[in-house]
Design a protein around this ligand. Structure first.
Ligand code: COA
Length: 168
């Protein structure tokens, strides 16, 4: 994959069709907290939510077609110094370095857009080795294992927590 084909941009209402093709796929959603989308209308609502307050979200695009997303929940109150990053990619694009490029592109944009965020963290299930590898390649540090931490798609899961701080 030529990295110059990969871009991040805000979602547009017209991305709903493309979004449904990956966000409606249980192979993609089994490791994320949001539910598998079933209709284009649900994709439109999800697009609105991604752009909501306390959330930074971008479509990961190849040749400007939406093939995934990267989002950050922006902390507030006692959590104002941190954000939590998540991402997902359509299955046909797995294993080509797309998520790594996208996360690396997102990091400076988030730190610049939210100067109060000094730490970005990401949590993966312990079995999600591809996601853990993405985080290491993007410069995150593995901090530890949180046992029985997540209730995800009907199952209690151990979580591995990673972070990158502004001084890294
Ligand atoms: C996790 C995910 C985003 C990775 O996207 P991707 O574009 O395929 O990632 P990349 O190609 O940039 O990197 C994947 C790395 O994981 C490695 N990998 C893949 N499967 C693996 C496995 N089972 N065990 C170990 N490493 C694995 C790849 O070899 C690659 O590493 P390398 O470049 O050193 O060879 C994608 O699989 C996805 O969308 N999964 C579903 C949603 C999800 O899990 N999101 C993360 C929630 S925190």
């Amino acid at each position: 994959m030529d990295p110059s084909r990969i871009t991040l941009r805000p979602f547009k209402p017209s991305d709903a069709h493309d979004m449904l093709s990956w966000a409606g796929d249980e192979r993609v959603t089994k490791s994320v907290r949001w539910k598998t989308l079933a209709t284009k209308e649900e994709a439109s609502i999800f697009i609105d939510q991604i752009s909501g307050p306390h959330r930074w979200g971008r479509s990961i695009c190849i040749d400007d077609r939406s093939i995934g997303l990267v989002t950050v929940y922006v902390g507030s109150g006692n959590e104002r110094c941190r954000g939590e990053m998540s991402y997902a990619i359509g299955v046909e694009h797995w294993g080509k370095g797309v998520a790594t490029v996208a996360v690396k592109m997102a990091l400076p944009k988030v730190f610049e857009a939210f100067p109060q965020i000094l730490r970005l963290q990401a949590m993966t299930t312990s079995e999600n080795k591809a996601s853990q590898r993405v985080l290491v390649k993007a410069g995150f540090t593995k901090e530890g294992l949180l046992r029985k931490y997540l209730y995800l798609k009907g199952q209690i899961q151990d979580a591995v927590v990673f972070s990158i701080v502004v001084d890294d």
